[in-house]
Ligand binder design. Structure first.
Ligand code: NAD
Ligand code: MG
Length: 305
């Protein structure tokens, strides 16, 4: 046994080859209506259910995570709870089964889990969401804006005005509405973490609306980090690369891209949501006290500016 591992169980600290840590996903082509849910996915994404080991890095903290039912947000919710935080998750009503899975794991970690379904493209709902989270958690110290909409459309002529607007409402406007509503509740020491994408710098030709929202999120976060520094609130970004989630099977990528999903990254395999969670834990915790306005890229060795 290695001196750094307490037992034989694998966790995020296991020393191994990162490239082969997870197998290639090699997904069969599959389609779901928006929003996708994880149960029917093949394979089901790994949220770290069996592997994430908490060390008390967020004891007593209260977090709101949008899109915390599945994928990256679900993995972050499980990790935060195992690090000692109470966690509220937002999601769409159709995602109740995914949300229940994550809420059960938050409770199994001995923390409070709060489910807050609703549509964040509605500003009034965003304000209600924050107020419900604050009320049920008894305050708020961590906000993770993670919910996202991604629908691939090859030609600009086929990109509807409605989709363009909905993508911006989900990815950018809701981020603004939720952060603005949360601010009066965030104490000095609080952390806001937004979710961008590799596409902020490398826009896919068939996702011009989505990629533009991700560039906006990066920029908004770097401006806001400076604005909020005098109040002791940090703002950072995680920019995932290709990660196997429900986003991909509900219109996010074409069939050809799904078949080749593993080949996008230098690692030649897709990332798993469980591999994103530690980046959010680091940025949420006080150990990153001198880190604000930063984008942490988690993408299997794909170059970024
Ligand atoms: P996911 O489908 O598991 O999570 C996205 C979540 O967004 C959904 O679970 C849903 O609850 C929420 N959502 C979408 N529209 C909503 C609405 N109108 N109201 C309320 N909630 C809504 O997929 P994911 O890949 O884990 O996505 C999480 C974030 O990661 C997104 O911002 C996405 O853009 C980003 N990201 C993902 C990848 C990837 O390859 N999967 C790469 C880069 C960035
Ligand atoms: Mg979901």
């Amino acid at each position: 046994m290695s001196p750094t591992s307490s037992d034989d169980a694998r966790d995020q600290y296991t020393f191994d080859n990162p490239v082969t840590r997870y197998a290639r996903v090699e997904p069969p082509v599959q389609h779901q209506p928006e929003p996708g849910v994880q149960g029917p996915m093949r394979p089901v994404p790994d949220l770290g259910e069996e592997s994430y080991r908490g060390l008390g890095r967020l004891i007593g903290r209260r977090a709101l995570i949008t899109g915390g039912d599945s994928g990256i947000g679900g993995a972050v919710a499980i990790a935060f709870a195992r690090e000692g935080a109470d966690v509220a998750i937002s999601y769409l009503p159709d995602e109740e089964a995914d949300a229940r899975h994550v809420l059960d794991l938050i409770q199994a970690a001995g923390r409070r889990g709060v489910g807050l379904p609703g549509d964040i493209t509605d500003a009034a709902h965003c304000r209600q969401l924050v107020s419900d989270a604050v009320e049920q958690l008894g305050g708020l110290d961590i906000l993770v804006n993670n919910a996202g909409k991604q629908i691939a459309v090859d030609r600009l002529e086929d990109l509807s005005d409605e989709q363009f607007e909905q993508t911006f409402r989900t990815n950018v406007f809701a981020n603004f509405w939720i952060t603005k509503a949360a601010l009066p509740h965030l104490p000095a020491g609080a952390s806001v973490i937004n979710t961008a994408s590799l596409e902020a710098y490398q826009p896919s030709p068939e996702r011009v609306d989505y990629a533009a929202t991700k560039a906006a999120i990066n920029n908004l976060s770097k401006g806001l980090a400076q604005q909020l520094a005098p109040r002791g609130i940090r703002v950072n970004v995680v920019a995932p690369g290709p990660t196997w989630t429900a986003l991909q099977v509900s219109g996010g990528v074409s069939d050809e891209q799904m078949k080749a999903f593993d080949d996008e990254s230098t690692y030649q395999r897709a990332g798993q949501p469980a591999e994103l969670a530690p980046a959010y834990v680091f940025l949420a915790s006080a150990e990153s006290s001198y880190v604000s306005g930063e984008t942490l890229n988690v993408n299997g060795a794909m170059p970024t500016p």
